[in-house]
Ligand binder design. Structure first.
Ligand code: MG
Length: 341
C-alpha cells in the first residue's frame, strides 16, 4: 500500500481556550492510503500534551508507511508491526482510520456496518470554552439552541470555576458536564465537586493532574462521577483508571485507532466503568472515524468539526444533536473538491 501524508491547518470559528492553552488554528495530518486503485483517508490530531506534533505525526506516517504491507484487512498484523514503534498515537490512529476507510470502500459498506454496530450514538456535547462566567453563560445560551448537552471547560485557576457553572446553569437547563483538564488540586476538587453536584452537573472530567496520588480518594468522596481523559490513553491504562475514576474518555488520537478503542470499551465495561468518546480539534475526517463507534458509548463529545470555521471533509451528519456517520462506504466522508490529497 502506498501512504501519503500532509499537514493541514484547520481554522477555528472562535478562539479555543482551556486550562493549559488557547488557539485559533489546529494543525492536523491527513493521510491517504492507496490499495489497488482504492483510496482510504485518515486524520491525525496530535496533542502537544503528549509530546506529539503535526510534524512528528507526518514524519511517522511517511517513514513507516511500508509497515502497512499489502493487505488492508490484516489489521491485527499491521497493528503488531506498528506497536513496536513507541508513541505517535495520533499518526497510528490516522493509519488505522485510513485502513478502515479502504476496507469499507472495497466491500461497499460503511465502517459501522463492517463492525456490526448501530449508526446512532448518544447526542454529542458541545464545548463552552474557558472564559469569565458571564461570557460562558452568554455562549451557553447561544449554543443551547443547537445542542442537547454542553461541556464547560473549567480550570481557570482564579477561584471562579463554581461561579462559571452557576452562571451557565442560570442561562440554560441543558444537561451539563465539565472538563477541568488537570487544573485542580485535591482540595479544590473536594471543595468544588459538591457545588457542581448541587447545580446538577452530570460528571466531571479530569479534575486532577494525570497520575495524581489523590485520585482514588477523590473517586470515593466525589458526589458526581469522575471521568479521566489525560489519565487514560490505551488498553493498558484502563484497569488503573478504575481505581481513580467512574469512567474513561476514549479518543482515537490517544488509543491509536478504532481497534484499540474497541478493546478499551470492552475492558471498561468489564470493570464497571462508564465510557465517553471524545475528540481533539479535528475535521470531519477525524470525527467520521470516531462516529463509527459512538453507539457503544454512554457519552459522546465529538464536536471537533463543529468548532471549525469551515469543515473541509463533510459527510458526518449533525442531526438532532447527534453526530451520525454516513451510510456511504468506509468512513463516508470526502474532501471538498478533490478525490486525492
Ligand atoms: Mg478532556
Amino acid at each position: 500500500m502506498r501512504v501519503r501524508a500532509g499537514i493541514v491547518e484547520l481554522e477555528l470559528a472562535e478562539t479555543f481556550t482551556i486550562s493549559r492553552s488557547s488557539q485559533d488554528v489546529a494543525e492536523v495530518v491527513q493521510i491517504e492510503v492507496e490499495h489497488e486503485g482504492g483510496r482510504g483517508f485518515g486524520e491525525a490530531a496530535p496533542a502537544e500534551r503528549y509530546g506529539e506534533s503535526a510534524a512528528s505525526a507526518e514524519a511517522f506516517a511517511e517513514q513507516h508507511g511500508a509497515l502497512l504491507g499489502d493487505d488492508p484487512f490484516a489489521l491485527e498484523e499491521i497493528e503488531e508491526r506498528l506497536s513496536r514503534l513507541p508513541g505517535e498515537q495520533a499518526a497510528k490512529a490516522a493509519l488505522d482510520a485510513a485502513l478502515h476507510d479502504v476496507q469499507g470502500k472495497l466491500v461497499g459498506l460503511p465502517v459501522w456496518r463492517l463492525l456490526g454496530l448501530r449508526a446512532a450514538g448518544p447526542p454529542t456535547s458541545y464545548t463552552v470554552v474557558l472564559a469569565d462566567p458571564d461570557e460562558m453563560a452568554r455562549r451557553a445560551q447561544r449554543d443551547a439552541e443547537r445542542f442537547q448537552r454542553l461541556k464547560l471547560k473549567l480550570g481557570g485557576r482564579d477561584g471562579l470555576d463554581a461561579e462559571r457553572v452557576r452562571a451557565v446553569r442560570a442561562a440554560t437547563e441543558l444537561p451539563l458536564q465539565v472538563d477541568v483538564n488537570e487544573a485542580w488540586s485535591p482540595d479544590e476538587a473536594l471543595e468544588t465537586l459538591p457545588i457542581l453536584s448541587e447545580l446538577g452537573v452530570e460528571y466531571c472530567e479530569q479534575p486532577l493532574p494525570a497520575g495524581d496520588p489523590a485520585g482514588a480518594e477523590l473517586k470515593r468522596c466525589s458526589p458526581i462521577p469522575v471521568y479521566v481523559d489525560e489519565d487514560c490513553h490505551t488498553l493498558g491504562d484502563v484497569a488503573a483508571c478504575a481505581e481513580r475514576a467512574h469512567g474513561i474518555n476514549i479518543k482515537l488520537a490517544k488509543s491509536g485507532g478504532i481497534r484499540e478503542a474497541l478493546r478499551m470499551i470492552h475492558a471498561a465495561r468489564a470493570l464497571g466503568l462508564g465510557v465517553m468518546l471524545g475528540c481533539m480539534l479535528e475535521s470531519g475526517l477525524g470525527i467520521a472515524a470516531a462516529a463509527q463507534i459512538a453507539s457503544l458509548c454512554d457519552h459522546v463529545d465529538l464536536d471537533g468539526n463543529l468548532l471549525l470555521r469551515h469543515d473541509p471533509w463533510p459527510g458526518v451528519r449533525f442531526e438532532d444533536g447527534r453526530q451520525l456517520p454516513s451510510n456511504g462506504p468506509g468512513l463516508g466522508v470526502a474532501r471538498h473538491g478533490a478525490t486525492s490529497l
